[in-house]
Design a protein around this ligand. Structure first.
Ligand code: PHE
Length: 441
């Protein structure tokens, strides 16, 4: 059977940007920026994206395109030996991330309805904090929403690459950009918005600690969908004649722009409403509804915002699911349909304790609840380790062969291929290692 492939360049870029642009950009990035001191975090983040991000994006895509396989099969083909373990860790990471991702994504669906229903109007932050707290700690509702969300992802993935993932991304991503722009304009024209813009753009170096660097690199990898083979998988459906470096750059630019735009959509509005940006994960679910309750047309913009989040989450969750499904299809010869249903059900099952750990099941293991552990292990450990080995693999093991592959056998003029290998061989591994070690201390 011939492997499916992306229909058009636009389709590939929308799908891959769809994977990259997600809760990471719109929910996680603004609150992490708020917690880690604003502008200083932004600068460190941008530096990591430029130095490590693009290089590893290209590395993953090329491994996929060279092998036309899922991460495990790809490392098996090109590396053999113990290398498939790197792919396996990616498949596991994808599965773990998806299990809590659907929980948060479920909240965004619920909030579309809460907004539309007017239940979040005229509420004070204290009140909204209570609404949010009660919602996420409820043992049933958030679990149901996570299930609905998982079902939507399964529906897309079951339809395959061209008529499932590509088609959905081509419809949803342009809508996402449009909504985001509307929200940015609303936010930065609010009276008092300047203070938020200043917070976002002017670095305060006193707030920077080693933690800022760990947070920035974890965020960079998470946001670009790196370190777990999502881009290996998406690269595996990429036709050989596409300009891989150009497409990769486009995806990185789109992902970074969305994160920055999300910062502009959220932080100025938060300051304009006289609230604090350091609220952590609750920023988008507590602080923002308070903002929407306070501004003209707030309900409309609120609905738009949560639709935006839900769309971003869907196209990313789809890529997480696709990694695991591609693994079962390629390596275990399962049908796409069967693999999708099986993986979705098990993943939903693993999502339930995550959701419950925010309410009825509040057991803590070393200060972290179940969901915190899932996130910590996958995002702060598995993704950096996965990216580290992918960089080493492409830099050392493939080396010049990888350059041949990204230049389409030398027919494409690609600048700085030597620098690319240098980053993959030395800079990225050392940088990631340093940050991993300092975060474990
Ligand atoms: N990049 C996605 C986001 O920013 C999350 C993701 C991580 C998706 C890893 C796929 C793989 O939300």
């Amino acid at each position: 059977m011939t492997r499916e492939s992306w229909g058009t360049r636009f389709g590939f870029i929308m799908a891959t940007a769809g994977s990259a642009v997600g809760l990471g950009n719109i929910w996680r990035f603004p609150y992490t920026t708020g917690e880690e001191g604003g502008g200083a975090f932004l600068l460190i983040y941008l530096l990591f994206i430029m130095v490590f991000g693009l290089a590893v994006v290209m590395a993953e895509l090329v491994v996929g395109r060279m092998t036309q396989r899922n991460p495990v099969g790809a490392f098996k083909r090109l590396g053999g030996g113990q290398w498939p373990l790197v792919g396996m860790m990616g498949v596991v990471a994808g599965f773990v991330i998806l299990s809590f991702y659907i929980v948060v994504a479920g909240w965004t669906l619920a909030y579309v309805f809460l907004m539309a229903h007017g239940s979040l109007a005229d509420a004070s932050p204290a009140n909204l904090e209570q609404v949010f707290g009660e919602f996420i700690s409820n043992p049933i509702e958030p679990v149901l929403y996570a299930g609905i969300f998982m079902g939507l992802c399964a529906l897309v993935v079951a339809h395959g690459i061209g008529s499932g993932i590509e088609r959905a991304s081509k419809i949803f991503m342009p809508i996402l950009f449009l909504i985001l722009i509307v929200l940015v304009v609303r936010s930065i024209t609010l009276p008092g918005a300047e203070e938020g813009i200043r917070f976002f753009l002017i670095p305060d170096w006193d707030k920077v600690s080693t933690n800022t660097f760990t947070a920035a690199i974890g965020q960079a990898f998470f946001s670009l969908s790196l370190g777990m083979g999502a881009l290996i998988t998406y690269g595996s459906y990429m036709p050989k004649d596409h300009n891989l470096p150009a497409d990769a750059s486009m995806v990185v630019v789109l992902d970074t722009s969305v994160a920055i735009l999300a910062g502009f959509a959220i932080l100025p509005a938060v300051f304009a409403a006289g609230l604090s940006p350091g609220a952590g994960p609750g920023l988008t679910f507590i602080t923002l509804p308070a903002v929407f309750a306070a501004i003209p047309g707030g309900q409309f913009f609120g609905i738009l915002f949560f639709i935006l989040l839900a769309i971003a989450a869907l196209t990313s969750a789809v890529s997480l699911l696709e990694v695991v499904v591609a693994y079962f299809v390629d390596e275990h010869k399962m049908s796409r349909r069967k693999a999708t249903i099986m993986v979705s059900l098990i993943c939903f099952g693993l999502g339930i304790p995550s959701s419950l750990s925010l309410g009825v099941w509040d057991a803590k293991f070393m200060d972290k609840g179940f969901m915190d552990w899932m996130e910590y292990l996958s995002v702060n450990l598995m993704l950096p380790v996965g990216a580290l080995f992918t960089a080493l693999f492409v830099g050392w093991r493939l080396g010049p062969k990888a350059i041949k592959a990204i230049t389409n056998e030398g027919t494409l003029p690609v600048p700085a291929t030597g620098l690319w290998l240098f980053i993959l061989r030395y800079l990225a591994p050392l940088g990631i290692l340093w940050i991993l070690i300092s975060s474990l201390n």
